[in-house]
Design a protein around this ligand. Structure first.
Ligand SMILES: *Cc1c(COP(=O)(O)O)cnc(C)c1O
Length: 427
């Protein structure tokens, strides 16, 4: 059967192919579980986004947390993208991968003095500031180093992103950003900011948004505030519209906004703005380019339910456990089988280690290869070694070739840095 029609080359058109590469062969060579990403699919998204942005002074800052594998970041760097980072670790990764500091913006509510200093040292483009305390800290760290930090106020527009509560970030009850009233005070008090140039606004209201309405509402709040600030004489040079564009996790059910409609909404809302527009897409660029390959360990007939037990688990893909997220699951079989209803689970000792409940699938047997789809975003980047399960391998596919871009972790690597307690000291 055909796993996906996109990018399949004729040589393996009748097999389970992604980006011209035979997935069962990859699974045999690299082992399972393994995360697999199509470079062509990611480039297609980048090109579509760039085409939609034609004529705008826009910089795409890929949200590195969606998938921070070095090879993925290098793809972004090669395409001229910048990055949106949320930690010192992401700063380090992005610089290592060759994303220039002047294309990096730094978001997040918990930036430490050390992270801010490192980011200033590297020369990042801009800080998306999320609290008055952070603004003061940025001023202090920048003045100690005698540099000027560019900053945007992250506005919390109090708009419901109509997504899962755990990935909603733009309601006033959420920890992110500040209200317009507080931000107004920051601009009014700007004279005290000798080493911060506060000349931008930022908004990011949540993730996996499948409607333009909340996006339009959030943009409108920010645009109204920009107009107010401009009228009061403050120069706004950067408007950052965040990320959050949703993708199709469930075929025939999810209906994502088209990239052209999304960019049109930005174009329309920001009409007349003469500074630079920043975008921070994460999921939209990488989610649908990735699949998780896993094998069936066994079928267990429980007292009430039938369990399909895979060799992948919540430590490899947390989204179903954390967000009750749906992922399409496709067994890669070369014969036809009757349909069965399974609870699809991993080996981890948690009831939450469940990828799907009551899922209709072709009957599976031990050893069958199964593909969990749309795992390119918030998959490997959220992985852990819970239950002492080493991190899975990651593989990049590109037009008929594959490259391992993360080796499967060994047990030795898994315990690296751990010690027996033989060096006691007094604090
Ligand atoms: C996570 C995040 C993004 C990316 O969100 P996606 O839903 O993956 O597009 C963008 N900006 C900020 C500030 C974020 O925290």
């Amino acid at each position: 059967m055909t796993a996906t029609t996109a990018h399949a080359d004729p040589a393996c058109a009748d097999k389970a192919c992604l980006d011209g590469v035979d997935l069962p062969a990859v699974a045999r060579r690299v082992g399972t579980p393994c995360h697999v990403y199509s470079a062509s699919a990611i480039r297609e998204r980048i090109d579509a986004l760039k085409a939609a942005l034609h004529g705008l002074d826009a910089l795409v800052c890929y949200a590195a947390k969606a998938n921070s594998n070095i090879a993925i970041l290098q793809l972004m760097a090669d395409a001229g993208l910048g990055a949106d980072i949320v930690s010192g670790g992401e700063l380090w990764r992005c610089l290592y991968a060759g994303i220039p500091a002047e294309r990096i913006v730094f978001s997040g509510v918990g930036k430490t003095a050390e992270e801010i200093a490192d980011a200033l040292e590297a020369g990042v483009a801009r800080f998306n500031v999320e609290s008055a305390d952070e603004l003061q800290l940025l001023q202090r760290v920048a003045s100690e180093r005698n540099v000027i930090a560019c900053a945007s106020a992250r506005i919390n527009p109090d708009v419901d992103a109509l997504t899962h509560a755990k990935i909603s970030t733009g309601k006033s009850e959420n920890k992110f950003g500040v209200g317009v009233d507080e931000a107004r005070g920051w601009f009014a008090g700007g004279a005290a900011l000798t080493h911060v140039r506060l000349d931008g606004l930022h908004v990011h209201i949540g993730s996996q948004m499948l409607s333009l309405d909340p996006i339009r509402a959030a943009l409108q709040r920010v645009v109204d505030f920009w107009h107010e600030l401009a009228a009061a004489g403050y120069a706004i040079r950067s408007l950052d519209v965040g990320g959050g564009l949703g993708v199709r996790y469930r075929a025939g059910h999810d209906h994502p906004v088209s990239i052209d409609d999304y960019v049109d909404a930005i174009r329309h809302a920001l009409a007349g703005f003469e500074g630079r527009i920043l975008l921070e897409p994460g999921r939209w660029l990488v989610a649908e380019a990735g699949v998780l390959l896993t094998r069936v360990i066994r079928i267990k007939h429980g007292q009430q339910r039938k369990f399909l037990i895979l060799d992948a688990a919540m430590n490899d893909l947390l989204r179903p456990s954390l967000y009750d997220a749906w992922h399409d699951i496709v067994p890669l079989l070369d014969d036809s089988r009757s349909m069965q209803t399974y609870d699809v689970v991993g080996p981890v000792c948690e009831t939450g280690d469940t990828f799907a409940r009551d899922r209709e699938l072709p009957e599976c047997r031990a050893g069958d290869l199964v593909m969990i789809k749309a795992t390119g975003a918030y998959g490997a980047s959220m992985a852990s070694t819970y239950n002492s399960r080493p991190l899975a391998a990651e593989v990049l596919l590109d037009r008929g070739h594959y490259a391992v871009v993360r080796e499967r972790q060994t047990f030795e690597e898994m315990i690296a840095g751990e010690h027996s307690a033989d060096q006691w000291e007094t604090a």
